[in-house]
Ligand binder design. Sequence first.
Ligand code: BGP
Length: 474
Amino acid sequence: MGFRKDFMWGGATAANQCEGGIFEGGRGLANVDVCPAGKDRNAVITGHMKMLEMDGEHRYPAAEAVDMYHHFKEDIALFGEMGFKTYRMSIAWTRIFPNGDEEEPNEEGLRFYDEVFAECKKYGIEPLVTISHFDCPIYLIKKWGGWRSRRMIDCYLRLCEVLFTRYKDAVTYWLTFNEINMILHAPFMGAGIYFEEDEEEEKIKYQAAHHELVASALAVRMAHEINPENKVGCMFAAGSAYPYSCRPEDVWEALVVDQENYFFADVQARGYYPSYAKARLKKNGVFPEMEPGDEEILRKYPVDFISFSYYNSRCIAAPGGDQEEAEGNLFKSAKNPYLKFSQWGWPIDPLGLRITLNEVYDRYQKPMFIVENGLGAVDTVDEHGEISDDYRIDYLRDHIKAMRDAVEEDGVDLMGYTSWAPIDLISAGSGEMKKRYGFIYVDKQEDGTGTLERRRKKSFYWYKKVIESNGEEL
Ligand code: BGP
């Protein structure tokens, strides 16, 4: 058995973390451009420090990133060399609409992605496009306050219309929002929201979530109308919540955390607000305002497939305990004593991926796509110019094995796997360059120096074999 014959192997990136060139090609400024590296980043991405311009005091890593804007031909050729079947990437909204609400799109931005897709085609690589990967035009944030405003829906749909039409022959696979559940944890990065003092943060976040959920459903409708071949997925940050112990209070708390995390995909896949969300959001006074017709829209246009990122599981204890904490994608949780941790303190839990795949498939019974999974680590180039990233190979091997078990032994329906990230790029959480994920090393250092030269790591050759053997040779 094993993976399906047409299994979509590849890698995933996001425009703001790899492209750079933020002042080129008529591009406008976006939220992610003004998230600085360093101590203030967390306050900015969580919406607790207002930053809508660049200021000289800070360093903004998205400005150059790894300059894929000028290196994309070389980079896609390397993806082709690894045998990629697919490349997950995002389109920078402000290359297409620099302010976000113009009547006409920016032709230069559209042409850039024409060229990117043409390169993919050369190597038989199917693009998988995230329409919004932590991406919101600054102009719309200043004008409407980002996704807290319902007016964002029209701006987003105008973007979708242009993309679905222009790239009709080049792109069939789309994701509406990257890690949509990140609104709850990093609202500025996820949805262009920053808070004024004394605002009801939960209420604003769930209102913004509702706007994105409606926008996502309408995007599904539009994608199918423009090209019935289009397949549209949701995307959320997954990773099961384990109870810290079998104490019922811990089990309960873990269930609640899981539900909070699944809320978005529940709506996007099943087409309605789940009963737990309705009850709890109402009780907490944060149930969003809806317009007549919203519920029908959600019901009529669910996604075609479910995609998610998986980096780690979480371990949840009832409040009041004194457990140690661990880092992780999304948020901190109790430290799981049975696991090892990455250099950034994220738990490493391959079996957790199998658990998550089972949970998600049980819940939705729709095809799934793992669109992010990888290890952020410091890499060093040795005296022969080689990068022996065996730790990354180990991480990926174990996760791919777990996913193979889920396919072979548990019967989950998995379409593909795109590892994060095929090439070194800027970290979303920390803004660092030294947290590397790639199969391809980029000579760009933490202080911004470097030649931007690309180099194949040991994992590059390993992943090539994995793809060649359709996941048999690990
Ligand atoms: C996900 C994001 C990515 C990516 C990844 C790794 O949350 O969708 O954009 O960056 O996490 O996280 P980090 O870059 O913080 O290591």
